[in-house]
Design a protein around this ligand. Structure first.
Ligand SMILES: [Mg+2]
Length: 264
């Protein structure tokens, strides 16, 4: 009888162990759901969601460097990120960190305590444009984007509008530094006002002489000019690394999310 009980126990353990192994194996996605890697993570085969999370990480950290467009397999992921809750949650987190820092800054009160904002994907969102242009999966079309800018209909990024107004109340002098060109000044001012922004000290746009410069050089030169005028650049908000790198950099720079395009 004791031998029978041991035998039954062994059978039970064998069945349990087989089921347990299978349940572990089954947590990995079925083979047909796996797609080949086309860039990151070497040659590992990983599912799209995982691949695209990692792709976005490399883009936001600038590990990816200059890239031309969103990989085809990540268009759905980017659309969901930008139009769902994640993009606004990330933007709110950046605004919170920016504000926490801003509150620690001792302002001199001479009007030269500056905070610089970029415009596109920083103060204004071009998501309505990219919704009809493949969410960054298409090669950028300058004429088509310029037409969108002229319409002056880009909405504010709510977190940035909140930060902007709080910084203004704290006493910062707000300076806008954008890669948009002088010919877009009127449309840009109108769009900013329509979106709820006001009272900026200066709106700096690319002049003809800036045309051939990279964004990093153009923006660094303009920040240097501001410093030469006596401004102290305490903070700088932008969605591109080229908003923040180079020289005459701010004491603290804050990177907003942008998995749709990169500007050198
Ligand atoms: Mg931008």
């Amino acid at each position: 009888m004791a031998q029978g009980a041991i035998f039954r126990l062994l059978i039970l353990l064998t069945v349990a162990s087989t089921s347990f192994s299978q349940s572990i194996i089954q947590t990995w996605p079925p083979k047909q759901a796996l797609l080949a890697s086309d860039g990151i993570s070497g040659h590992r085969k990983i599912p799209n969601d995982l691949y695209c999370e990692s792709w976005r990480f490399t883009v936001e950290t600038n590990d990816a460097g200059i890239w031309t467009r969103v990989p085809a397999r990540c268009v759905g992921y980017v659309k969901e990120y930008m139009t769902g809750d994640k993009y606004s949650a990330d933007s709110e987190a950046v605004a919170d960190d920016s504000l926490a820092y801003a509150k620690t800054v001792e302002l001199s009160g001479d009007g030269k305590d500056a905070w610089i904002f970029d415009i596109d994907e920083t103060l204004l969102s071009n998501v309505p444009y990219y919704t009809s242009h493949g969410f960054g999966s298409e090669i950028s079309d300058e004429d088509s984007f310029d037409n969108w800018v002229d319409m002056a209909e880009a909405p504010a990024i709510p977190a940035s509008l909140r930060l902007y107004k709080e910084l203004e109340e704290l006493g910062f002098t707000i300076i806008l530094l954008t890669g948009r060109t002088e010919v877009q000044r009127k449309a840009t001012e109108l769009n900013l006002q329509n979106a709820g922004y006001s009272n900026w000290e200066r709106l700096i746009l690319r002049a003809n002489s800036d045309h051939d410069k990279t964004a990093t050089i153009y923006k660094s030169e303009r920040r240097k000019q501001l410093e030469d005028e006596g401004y102290k650049i305490h903070g700088n908000s932008g969605d591109q690394w080229s908003d923040q790198m180079g020289f005459a950099v701010a004491k603290r720079s804050f990177k907003l999310p942008n998995p749709i395009y990169v500007i050198a």
